[in-house]
Design a protein around this ligand. Sequence first.
Ligand code: 15L
Length: 302
Amino acid sequence: MKTILITGAAGDVGSHLRRELAGKYNLLLSDIKPVSALAAGEKFLRGDVARIADMLRITKGVDAIVHLGGFSVEGPWQVILRANIVGCYNLFEAARRNGVKRVLFASSNHATGFYKRDEKIDHRVYPKPDSRYGVSKAFGEQIGSLYADKYGMEVFCMRIGNVTVAPPDKRRLSNWISPRDFARLVSVGIDNPDFRFEIVYGVSDNTRTWYDNSNAVRLGYKPQDNAERFAADVLAKEKPGDPRAEMFQGGNFVFAEIGGDPSRVAPDLKKSREAGGARKSEKARKSGKAAKPEKATKPKMK
Ligand code: 15L
């Protein structure tokens, strides 16, 4: 049985993955925080992604790594830099030094969040990050590409949407992935015998998808779930959103901290300045008070 290291194993996505992959692989779990009760076949090693010594210690002797570790939403630059830029470099470098060939990188839909919702994108589009967080995910993909081409590693970048039991809002009807489909995708990344560097979308077979995920299907991904079965409930509860968020795949991430002028985000929104949340930002812009930068706490992002 293969031994798989999961970094960031204490988080929500890691917890779903542990449950779904139980019995299929030996799981070596790592996080800066302790994980909840260990099951049979699981082992825990504490590690901070920002410390190369920790990464060298935890990546020894594993068959593949699922790198979920890091900061999982938009945050201050110092936080993103440490956890997602330095952390990601450390992970790939430690894997290389320890001879671990295969890394599955948890990229995000926010690496391409500035694509519009009326566009369908595939794995060949260039990144259009919607945040510092999105930039860090594009960086992770590029480090992966470098390590694949230069050192012969096998790198599987998953631009993950939203891993939850049920999609919480309208945006997630397009980018949702059920925990079991996520485990299916991860298994493709672990077990497909023949690839060097791949980008796939971490989404279920959603009717409202923004993604052409044929690359994942080509590699063996067979999603079984579709967010559409939750659509009626989700839409009944949905409140009208900010028009800037409604326009882009990344939702609220696109306008965090832009300083209050929606036309800087989307020129075609000039006309809809009066609409929704844009009104408040416009007032702030006229008064010369730009929106305050976000705090270090995790912002509520749709
Ligand atoms: C992500 O990349 C985040 O890690 C997750 O918390 C969600 O915000 C998700 O994107 C999303 O876009 O729904």
